[in-house]
Design a protein around this ligand. Structure first.
Ligand SMILES: Nc1ncnc2c1ncn2[C@@H]1O[C@H](COP(=O)(O)OP(=O)(O)OP(=O)(O)O)[C@@H](O)[C@H]1O
Length: 265
Protein backbone atom coordinates (compact mmCIF):
# COMPACT_ATOMS: atom_id res chain seq x y z
CA UNK A 1 0.00 0.00 0.00
CA UNK A 2 1.41 3.37 -0.98
CA UNK A 3 1.05 6.39 1.28
CA UNK A 4 -1.28 9.19 0.13
CA UNK A 5 0.25 10.85 -2.92
CA UNK A 6 1.65 7.57 -4.26
CA UNK A 7 4.91 7.36 -2.31
CA UNK A 8 5.66 3.87 -0.99
CA UNK A 9 8.80 5.03 0.78
CA UNK A 10 10.02 8.39 1.99
CA UNK A 11 13.10 9.86 3.54
CA UNK A 12 12.23 13.00 5.48
CA UNK A 13 14.92 15.53 6.35
CA UNK A 14 17.59 12.89 7.03
CA UNK A 15 20.79 13.89 8.73
CA UNK A 16 23.71 11.49 9.23
CA UNK A 17 27.21 12.09 10.58
CA UNK A 18 30.41 10.09 10.75
CA UNK A 19 32.56 12.07 13.17
CA UNK A 20 33.21 15.39 11.48
CA UNK A 21 31.79 14.19 8.16
CA UNK A 22 28.18 15.13 7.47
CA UNK A 23 27.23 12.36 5.05
CA UNK A 24 23.58 13.47 4.77
CA UNK A 25 22.18 16.93 5.41
CA UNK A 26 18.44 17.48 5.43
CA UNK A 27 17.86 14.86 2.71
CA UNK A 28 14.28 14.22 1.62
CA UNK A 29 13.18 11.92 -1.19
CA UNK A 30 9.94 10.18 -2.15
CA UNK A 31 9.90 6.83 -3.92
CA UNK A 32 6.70 6.60 -5.93
CA UNK A 33 4.89 3.27 -6.26
CA UNK A 34 5.75 1.47 -9.49
CA UNK A 35 8.80 3.59 -10.33
CA UNK A 36 12.51 3.11 -10.91
CA UNK A 37 14.25 5.80 -8.85
CA UNK A 38 17.99 6.36 -9.25
CA UNK A 39 20.30 8.07 -6.77
CA UNK A 40 23.28 9.63 -8.51
CA UNK A 41 26.05 12.06 -7.66
CA UNK A 42 29.82 12.37 -7.49
CA UNK A 43 31.92 10.11 -5.25
CA UNK A 44 31.32 10.71 -1.56
CA UNK A 45 28.02 12.55 -2.23
CA UNK A 46 26.07 10.38 0.23
CA UNK A 47 24.29 7.95 -2.11
CA UNK A 48 25.24 4.75 -0.27
CA UNK A 49 24.57 6.42 3.07
CA UNK A 50 21.05 7.25 1.92
CA UNK A 51 20.51 3.72 0.58
CA UNK A 52 21.73 2.32 3.90
CA UNK A 53 19.27 4.55 5.78
CA UNK A 54 16.43 3.27 3.57
CA UNK A 55 17.38 -0.38 4.16
CA UNK A 56 18.13 0.00 7.87
CA UNK A 57 21.90 -0.57 7.86
CA UNK A 58 22.44 3.04 8.98
CA UNK A 59 20.17 4.94 11.32
CA UNK A 60 19.88 8.65 10.60
CA UNK A 61 20.70 11.03 13.42
CA UNK A 62 17.80 13.27 12.47
CA UNK A 63 14.73 12.90 10.28
CA UNK A 64 12.67 9.81 9.51
CA UNK A 65 12.28 6.96 7.05
CA UNK A 66 8.68 6.10 6.22
CA UNK A 67 7.45 2.95 4.48
CA UNK A 68 3.82 2.73 3.43
CA UNK A 69 3.20 5.76 5.61
CA UNK A 70 4.69 4.19 8.76
CA UNK A 71 7.80 5.50 10.50
CA UNK A 72 10.34 2.66 10.31
CA UNK A 73 13.39 4.70 11.32
CA UNK A 74 14.10 2.56 14.39
CA UNK A 75 13.80 -0.83 12.68
CA UNK A 76 16.75 -2.99 11.71
CA UNK A 77 17.44 -4.68 8.33
CA UNK A 78 15.78 -8.05 9.16
CA UNK A 79 12.54 -6.33 10.17
CA UNK A 80 12.66 -4.15 7.04
CA UNK A 81 13.11 -7.33 4.98
CA UNK A 82 10.01 -8.79 6.66
CA UNK A 83 8.12 -5.58 5.83
CA UNK A 84 9.01 -6.15 2.17
CA UNK A 85 12.16 -4.06 1.67
CA UNK A 86 14.65 -6.23 -0.24
CA UNK A 87 18.23 -5.16 -0.77
CA UNK A 88 21.02 -6.22 -3.11
CA UNK A 89 24.61 -5.25 -2.39
CA UNK A 90 27.67 -4.30 -4.37
CA UNK A 91 29.51 -7.45 -5.44
CA UNK A 92 28.20 -10.97 -5.04
CA UNK A 93 26.15 -12.27 -2.11
CA UNK A 94 25.46 -15.78 -3.39
CA UNK A 95 26.73 -19.09 -1.95
CA UNK A 96 29.34 -20.24 -4.53
CA UNK A 97 29.13 -23.98 -3.78
CA UNK A 98 25.34 -24.11 -4.15
CA UNK A 99 23.35 -24.27 -7.39
CA UNK A 100 21.35 -21.34 -8.75
CA UNK A 101 18.11 -22.97 -7.59
CA UNK A 102 19.45 -23.69 -4.10
CA UNK A 103 20.65 -20.10 -3.77
CA UNK A 104 17.25 -18.76 -4.72
CA UNK A 105 15.59 -21.13 -2.24
CA UNK A 106 17.72 -19.62 0.57
CA UNK A 107 15.93 -16.36 -0.16
CA UNK A 108 12.71 -17.87 1.23
CA UNK A 109 14.17 -18.61 4.67
CA UNK A 110 12.95 -15.34 6.18
CA UNK A 111 9.36 -16.42 5.40
CA UNK A 112 9.56 -19.96 6.81
CA UNK A 113 6.99 -20.83 9.44
CA UNK A 114 7.78 -22.95 12.49
CA UNK A 115 11.12 -23.61 14.14
CA UNK A 116 13.32 -26.60 14.77
CA UNK A 117 10.42 -28.98 15.54
CA UNK A 118 8.71 -28.35 12.24
CA UNK A 119 12.09 -29.15 10.66
CA UNK A 120 12.39 -32.42 12.60
CA UNK A 121 8.86 -33.72 12.28
CA UNK A 122 7.94 -31.97 9.03
CA UNK A 123 4.21 -31.49 9.60
CA UNK A 124 2.03 -31.20 6.54
CA UNK A 125 2.02 -27.39 6.73
CA UNK A 126 5.84 -27.35 6.47
CA UNK A 127 5.79 -29.69 3.49
CA UNK A 128 3.12 -27.54 1.80
CA UNK A 129 5.22 -24.46 2.40
CA UNK A 130 8.31 -26.11 0.92
CA UNK A 131 6.29 -27.05 -2.16
CA UNK A 132 5.04 -23.49 -2.48
CA UNK A 133 8.59 -22.12 -2.21
CA UNK A 134 9.81 -24.63 -4.82
CA UNK A 135 7.07 -23.47 -7.21
CA UNK A 136 7.89 -19.81 -6.61
CA UNK A 137 11.61 -20.52 -7.07
CA UNK A 138 10.80 -21.99 -10.48
CA UNK A 139 8.81 -18.87 -11.39
CA UNK A 140 11.80 -16.70 -10.45
CA UNK A 141 14.14 -18.98 -12.44
CA UNK A 142 11.89 -18.61 -15.50
CA UNK A 143 11.54 -14.86 -15.02
CA UNK A 144 15.32 -14.38 -14.81
CA UNK A 145 15.88 -16.75 -17.75
CA UNK A 146 17.99 -19.10 -15.64
CA UNK A 147 16.30 -22.29 -16.86
CA UNK A 148 19.47 -23.69 -18.41
CA UNK A 149 21.51 -22.80 -15.33
CA UNK A 150 19.23 -23.79 -12.46
CA UNK A 151 21.36 -26.82 -11.47
CA UNK A 152 24.75 -25.22 -12.15
CA UNK A 153 27.01 -24.38 -9.23
CA UNK A 154 27.03 -20.63 -8.86
CA UNK A 155 30.82 -20.48 -8.34
CA UNK A 156 31.22 -21.72 -11.95
CA UNK A 157 29.02 -19.00 -13.43
CA UNK A 158 29.94 -15.70 -15.07
CA UNK A 159 29.72 -12.56 -12.92
CA UNK A 160 26.55 -11.42 -14.70
CA UNK A 161 24.77 -14.73 -14.11
CA UNK A 162 25.78 -14.76 -10.44
CA UNK A 163 24.34 -11.26 -10.05
CA UNK A 164 21.15 -12.54 -11.63
CA UNK A 165 20.99 -15.36 -9.05
CA UNK A 166 21.57 -12.72 -6.37
CA UNK A 167 18.60 -10.81 -7.71
CA UNK A 168 16.59 -14.04 -7.62
CA UNK A 169 17.30 -14.36 -3.88
CA UNK A 170 16.02 -10.82 -3.33
CA UNK A 171 12.88 -11.57 -5.37
CA UNK A 172 12.24 -14.66 -3.21
CA UNK A 173 11.31 -12.25 -0.43
CA UNK A 174 8.33 -11.22 -2.57
CA UNK A 175 9.39 -7.65 -1.84
CA UNK A 176 7.26 -4.54 -2.00
CA UNK A 177 10.34 -2.51 -2.92
CA UNK A 178 13.81 -3.44 -4.16
CA UNK A 179 16.85 -1.42 -3.09
CA UNK A 180 19.97 -2.01 -5.22
CA UNK A 181 23.49 -0.72 -4.60
CA UNK A 182 25.44 -0.25 -7.85
CA UNK A 183 23.88 -3.28 -9.56
CA UNK A 184 25.76 -2.73 -12.84
CA UNK A 185 29.25 -2.42 -11.33
CA UNK A 186 31.73 -4.83 -12.92
CA UNK A 187 29.34 -5.96 -15.67
CA UNK A 188 29.95 -6.17 -19.40
CA UNK A 189 27.73 -4.00 -21.65
CA UNK A 190 25.70 -7.10 -22.54
CA UNK A 191 25.23 -8.07 -18.89
CA UNK A 192 24.19 -4.49 -18.10
CA UNK A 193 21.62 -4.62 -20.91
CA UNK A 194 20.17 -7.85 -19.51
CA UNK A 195 19.98 -6.51 -15.96
CA UNK A 196 18.43 -3.23 -17.12
CA UNK A 197 15.72 -5.25 -18.85
CA UNK A 198 15.08 -7.33 -15.71
CA UNK A 199 14.83 -4.18 -13.57
CA UNK A 200 12.20 -2.75 -15.90
CA UNK A 201 10.37 -6.10 -15.91
CA UNK A 202 10.42 -6.16 -12.09
CA UNK A 203 8.72 -2.76 -12.16
CA UNK A 204 6.27 -3.60 -14.94
CA UNK A 205 5.34 -7.27 -14.33
CA UNK A 206 5.57 -7.39 -10.53
CA UNK A 207 4.78 -3.72 -9.91
CA UNK A 208 7.78 -3.54 -7.57
CA UNK A 209 9.43 -0.13 -7.34
CA UNK A 210 13.23 -0.14 -7.54
CA UNK A 211 15.61 2.33 -5.86
CA UNK A 212 19.17 2.12 -7.09
CA UNK A 213 22.51 3.80 -6.72
CA UNK A 214 24.23 3.62 -10.07
CA UNK A 215 27.28 5.23 -11.66
CA UNK A 216 26.56 4.22 -15.25
CA UNK A 217 24.75 7.30 -16.52
CA UNK A 218 23.59 5.67 -19.76
CA UNK A 219 21.80 2.99 -17.73
CA UNK A 220 20.38 5.56 -15.29
CA UNK A 221 19.04 7.74 -18.07
CA UNK A 222 17.57 4.73 -19.90
CA UNK A 223 15.68 3.00 -17.10
CA UNK A 224 14.83 5.60 -14.44
CA UNK A 225 11.50 7.29 -13.97
CA UNK A 226 12.94 9.67 -11.37
CA UNK A 227 16.48 10.66 -10.51
CA UNK A 228 17.69 12.29 -7.29
CA UNK A 229 21.09 13.95 -7.50
CA UNK A 230 23.22 14.27 -4.38
CA UNK A 231 26.28 16.39 -3.80
CA UNK A 232 28.09 16.85 -0.47
CA UNK A 233 25.21 15.18 1.40
CA UNK A 234 22.50 17.41 -0.12
CA UNK A 235 19.87 16.63 -2.75
CA UNK A 236 20.71 19.25 -5.39
CA UNK A 237 18.17 18.16 -8.01
CA UNK A 238 15.27 15.75 -8.46
CA UNK A 239 13.22 14.98 -11.53
CA UNK A 240 12.97 12.93 -14.69
CA UNK A 241 16.22 11.95 -16.43
CA UNK A 242 15.62 14.70 -19.01
CA UNK A 243 15.07 17.30 -16.30
CA UNK A 244 18.16 16.46 -14.25
CA UNK A 245 20.55 16.12 -17.19
CA UNK A 246 19.86 19.73 -18.18
CA UNK A 247 19.94 21.09 -14.60
CA UNK A 248 22.73 23.63 -14.22
CA UNK A 249 23.59 22.48 -10.66
CA UNK A 250 23.88 18.88 -11.80
CA UNK A 251 26.14 19.77 -14.72
CA UNK A 252 28.29 21.87 -12.40
CA UNK A 253 28.50 19.06 -9.81
CA UNK A 254 29.72 16.57 -12.40
CA UNK A 255 32.03 18.96 -14.19
CA UNK A 256 33.56 19.57 -10.77
CA UNK A 257 35.72 16.49 -11.32
CA UNK A 258 33.67 13.32 -10.97
CA UNK A 259 34.67 10.57 -13.40
CA UNK A 260 31.18 10.22 -14.84
CA UNK A 261 31.01 13.94 -15.71
CA UNK A 262 31.01 13.53 -19.46
CA UNK A 263 28.28 10.93 -19.49
CA UNK A 264 25.96 13.06 -17.36
CA UNK A 265 26.51 16.29 -19.25
N1 LIG B 1 30.90 3.93 7.64
C1 LIG B 1 31.45 5.14 7.42
N2 LIG B 1 32.38 5.66 8.27
C2 LIG B 1 32.90 6.86 8.08
N3 LIG B 1 32.59 7.67 7.06
C3 LIG B 1 31.68 7.22 6.17
C4 LIG B 1 31.07 5.93 6.31
N4 LIG B 1 30.20 5.76 5.28
C5 LIG B 1 30.30 6.88 4.53
N5 LIG B 1 31.17 7.76 5.07
C6 LIG B 1 31.51 9.08 4.55
O1 LIG B 1 30.29 9.73 4.26
C7 LIG B 1 30.40 10.45 3.03
C8 LIG B 1 29.36 9.93 2.05
O2 LIG B 1 29.77 8.59 1.69
P1 LIG B 1 28.87 7.64 0.79
O3 LIG B 1 29.57 6.33 0.71
O4 LIG B 1 27.47 7.66 1.27
O5 LIG B 1 28.96 8.39 -0.62
P2 LIG B 1 28.62 7.84 -2.07
O6 LIG B 1 27.93 8.93 -2.77
O7 LIG B 1 27.94 6.55 -1.98
O8 LIG B 1 30.10 7.65 -2.67
P3 LIG B 1 30.64 6.59 -3.76
O9 LIG B 1 30.00 6.93 -5.05
O10 LIG B 1 32.12 6.88 -3.77
O11 LIG B 1 30.31 5.21 -3.25
C9 LIG B 1 31.84 10.28 2.55
O12 LIG B 1 32.60 11.39 3.00
C10 LIG B 1 32.28 9.02 3.24
O13 LIG B 1 33.68 9.01 3.44
Amino acid sequence: MAAPGGAIMEARALGLRFGAVEALKDVSIRIEAGSVHALIGPNGAGKSSLLNCLSGFYHPWTGAVLFEGRDISATRPPERARLGIARTFQGIQTYPSMTARENILTGFHAQMKGGVFSGLFRPRSAIRQEEEFATRAEEIIDFLELEQDRHRTVGDMSYGLRKRVDLGRALALAPKILVMDEPMAGMSPEEKGDLARFILDIRDHFGIPVVLVEHDMDVVMDISDRVSVLEFGHVIAEGTPTEVRSDARVIAAYLGGAPEAEAAA
